[in-house]
Write a protein that binds this ligand. Sequence first.
Ligand SMILES: NC(=O)c1ccc[n+]([C@@H]2O[C@H](COP(=O)([O-])OP(=O)(O)OC[C@H]3O[C@@H](n4cnc5c(N)ncnc54)[C@H](OP(=O)(O)O)[C@@H]3O)[C@@H](O)[C@H]2O)c1
Length: 200
Amino acid sequence: MKNLFDISGKVAVVTGGSRGIGAMIARGFVENGVKTYICSRHTDQAEQTAAALSEYGTCIAFQADLSIVEGIEKFVSEIASREEKIDVLVNNAGAVWAAPIDEFPESGWDKVMDINVKSVFFLTQKFLPLLRASDMARIINIASVDGQSVPGFETYSYSASKAAVIHMTRVLAKRLAQDNILVNAIAPGAFPSDMTKVVL
Ligand SMILES: NC(=O)c1ccc[n+]([C@@H]2O[C@H](COP(=O)([O-])OP(=O)(O)OC[C@H]3O[C@@H](n4cnc5c(N)ncnc54)[C@H](OP(=O)(O)O)[C@@H]3O)[C@@H](O)[C@H]2O)c1
């Protein structure tokens, strides 16, 4: 019982772990003995976070643009060159766009869908060989309450993206149970971060 929640020695990947929720999740892993990889588009912030978290254990940062499959493949191959397996994949990286309905641009739709939905699927797909090599693989998708209830802001693509993540989590969970990979989603409520500083 004492070691029921012991995760020391595991390997985790937290996308968008450079700040906000991802950095908090990464800190929780690092403090509990998990070798933790984080990434973001901006190298400086990811490296600063990794350096700060390395005070508690092992945290390694990479630059990656996960909104395109090429960026996902590069990130996955960097991890694969260092690790034989990963135990936890946290699909956290995300973006929001708010605009009045009459002005909402295609760019605000595509940007949000690419990182919030497309990347969750392709990161999962490309990490499968490393996840299958673990004896306790877990995928945790960071959704949002905005995917479950109608938000107060005009964030059309964001709400649709998070509803998509919630349902895709169910679909992936059913398929990947065969591979002993447990897939879950978390739907946080609003809290202060770079993402919400415009709207809150
Ligand atoms: N804050 C909230 O109230 C709230 C509530 C519910 C759910 N969530 C969800 O929680 C997750 C984290 O949100 P947060 O509030 O912590 O946001 P945040 O502070 O803006 O952090 C987002 C992270 O994702 C990274 N990222 C964004 N686009 C990326 C891309 N194309 N490729 C790689 N990394 C990328 C960012 O780094 P770069 O910009 O350097 O790439 C950053 O590390 C998101 O999925 C969000 O939807 C947040």
